[in-house]
Structure formats: structure tokens, C-alpha cells
Design a protein around this ligand. Structure first.
Ligand code: DAT
Ligand code: MG
Length: 144
């Protein structure tokens, strides 16, 4: 017998490449088509300080500075997305981190590619665990 689960919330970011390429609607279509609910949505340019908190786990990685510069290169759209198992479910919709390797059918596999800057231009961010989602939602939607 399956056990019931509580609905979850996850943080989704449409990264500057998605906004610049007018892919907001296409990504939202996939999220809503899957049956998840967009409960908050805002477009704005991130700050270096909030990206430092958001990407704290990557601060020592060689790609960190390039990643932050890319995330500051234009506005992002931040979303609160809700549904049962949405954290894992959105990660499945997004596909693998590297858009060159992400499976066709996924957001990154269908819409992303290497533009000469490695794997960083990969269209979307999605929280990788329920704990990460709680932490990241507080950065992007404080108090919500
Ligand atoms: P994900 O976004 O799939 O959770 P991650 O948390 O490992 O991936 O990395 C965060 C972002 O950093 C990722 O979306 C793109 C960028 N990135 C990851 N690995 C990279 C690498 N080897 N070179 C350049 N950018 C990288
Ligand atoms: Mg991650």
C-alpha cells in the first residue's frame, strides 16, 4: 500500500539564458503541464550577495566565479513551485546538469546547449532536496 505524502515546495530559477532567449513560457508550460502549481513568480536581477548564499556549496569550485557572473548577466525569474514530490519531480523535468549530456525530453536536454562557456548555461535551477528547498526559498522569497 502506498503511503500518502505532504505537498512540497521547491525553488525554480529560470536562469539569465532562459530569460534572454524568451524561454519563460516554454519552461512554465512544462512545469504546469506536469501538474505542478506555480504559487509565486518574480523577475529580477540577482545580487552577488544572495548568489554567494545560494551557491555556498560551490564557493571553492573552479567554476564558481564564472557561474556567479553568468547568473548576474541578466534578470532571472524565481518561482515557488508546489506539488507532491515536486523537488525530485522538477529535477527529473530539468535533466542532467550539463545540457550537452542531458537527455532529450528534459528542459536542459531540449532547450540548453554549450555556447562555448561549458555547462553553466543550463536554463534552470531546481533545489536538490527538501532541505535545500527550504533554505533556498528563504533566500529568494524571505518570510513566505
Ligand atoms: P545542478 O544545477 O544540476 O544542481 P550543481 O549544483 O552541481 O548542478 O551546479 C550548480 C551550477 O553550476 C550548475 O547548474 C551549472 C554550474 N556548473 C556545475 N558544474 C559545472 C562545471 N563543471 N563547470 C561549469 N559550471 C558548472
Ligand atoms: Mg545544485
Amino acid at each position: 500500500m502506498s503511503s500518502p505524502t505532504a505537498p512540497e515546495r521547491t525553488l525554480v530559477l529560470l536562469k539569465p539564458d532562459a530569460v534572454a532567449r524568451n524561454l519563460r513560457g516554454e519552461v512554465l508550460r512544462r512545469i504546469e503541464g506536469k501538474g505542478y502549481t506555480v504559487v509565486e513568480m518574480v523577475q529580477r536581477t540577482a545580487t552577488r550577495d544572495e548568489l554567494a548564499v545560494h551557491y555556498a556549496e560551490h564557493r571553492e569550485k573552479p567554476f564558481y566565479e564564472g557561474l556567479v557572473d553568468f547568473m548576474l548577466s541578466g534578470p532571472v525569474v524565481a518561482l515557488v513551485v508546489e506539488g507532491h514530490q515536486v523537488v525530485q519531480g522538477f529535477r527529473s523535468l530539468a535533466g542532467a546538469t550539463d545540457p550537452t549530456k542531458a537527455a532529450p525530453g528534459t528542459i536542459r536536454g531540449d532547450l540548453g546547449r554549450d555556447w562555448g562557456n561549458g555547462p553553466q548555461e543550463n536554463i534552470v535551477h531546481g533545489s536538490d532536496s527538501v532541505e535545500s528547498a527550504v533554505r533556498e526559498l528563504e533566500i529568494w522569497f524571505p518570510g513566505s
